[in-house]
Structure formats: structure tokens, C-alpha cells
Design a protein around this ligand. Sequence first.
Ligand code: SF4
Length: 246
Amino acid sequence: MDKDFFAIIEYTAQKGIQPVIFTDGATMMRDLAFIKRVKDLGASVVPKCDSLYDNEYQNWVVGDETGRYFYERNEVIELLIDEGFNKIEMDGTTRLGFDMVISRGNLSEVADTLTFCRQNNLWIVFSFYLPAGRSGSKEFEKYKWLVPSEEEKTQLRRTIEKIDRNCFGFVHPVLNNFVTMPCVERLQIYGDGRVSPCPGNETCIGHIQTDSIGDLSKKILVDFPGHNPECFEGHCLYRPRIKEDN
Ligand code: SF4
């Protein structure tokens, strides 16, 4: 863990920015005192979730040969719920959720995972593999069989729309990535300080130590106008568009 972990979260929250912690959920988060400190600082938590129901698939994704990861991660989700991270906040939001990367290994769990999240007030987005980063690399070729077909993605979007509308009275646009909500990300800072428009576009447009965020934002809008929030509809700019109308 970064030695400045809590200082970073505290600083972020003080600046009026919502800290969101993406975590494996099976190491530091198993410590109740740690969880309580995260809660007191106002951070939201996103435990890794490739499967809530299939321990073999989940452990395979994280490369855990001991077989323990799945159960430990599930314990952490329970702890976070016990500590009230999923309680409805004053502004109607929640501080617990999942960003689930959809593959042929977990497609069949989408309906149950969505229902679990809706019933327990967790937010949920369903991401498809990115044509960049690790899933855009040559190494990923051998895992291509995991990538759902366009038909499977279309079916998945329909399933989500139907469950949300019929079971929870929640009608929302169906997006080509995330499905349940629009993309709101703009400006990605790598660990070494390089900046790119977002995870799907790795073009380096500057450096966080030498360029101001204002200047970097302007450069993104000039070089990649599709990111302009005034005309951006929330569909991923780098994944194939869905063919059907929303
Ligand atoms: S545009 Fe696509 S790749 Fe970029 S942040 Fe949004 S969803 Fe991710």
C-alpha cells in the first residue's frame, strides 16, 4: 500500500473531490479498523468483482492458486455492508459498488449481480474489454475467447434494461460501455505523471508535474474533441457503438 494512502484520501476529500478506492478487497480491507478509517474520511469503495458466485472463475482471474481470494473478498464485501458503506447518503448516493468486467466467464451472472446490487443499494457498471492497455496488448490474444460477441453484448444490455425497468422501476439509457450509466471519465494520470485523455486513449498529452490540469483539459478538447462534455453522450469513444437505438 502507498505509504501516503490516508494522506492522499484526506487531501482529496478536503478539496471537495470524492475519493474512490478500487481495491482487491482481500488484503488491507479485511482489517476493521482500516475500513472504519476509510469510512470516516468519506471515501467510496469498489472491491474487485469478476464473480460474486463462482469461486473458480474469480480466483482464476486474480491468479490465486490458494483458492482463498474469493472467500476473503466476499467477507470484505459483508464487512463493508455491515459498516454501512451501502447506506443511502444524504444526496441519494451510495459509497459501495462494483465495476464488473464482462467476459464469457461471467456473462451468466449479470442478472443475479445486478439484482444483488439493486436490492442492496450498491452501484454497478458493466465494462467490456478495452482496445487498449493489457486487453489491447499482444499478450491478450490468447484470451480473446473470453470476449463476448456483439450478439451476446446486445442480449446482456437487453437483460439489464428489462430487470431495471420491470423489477426496480429504473429506466435509464443503455450505454455501449458501463451499460447502466454514462462514461464520466476524462483525463487519466499514470503513476509516472504522464497524462492521456482516458484509459481507452493512451496518447500522452502532457505531464502532471509540468502542465496545469486546466491546460491539459484544454489540450484534450483540441486534440480529441469527442471528449467535449458539451456534446459527449456518455457512450465510450473507443469501443464499438451499439447498433440499436436507445
Ligand atoms: S471513453 Fe471509453 S475508454 Fe475512455 S474513459 Fe470512457 S468508457 Fe473508458
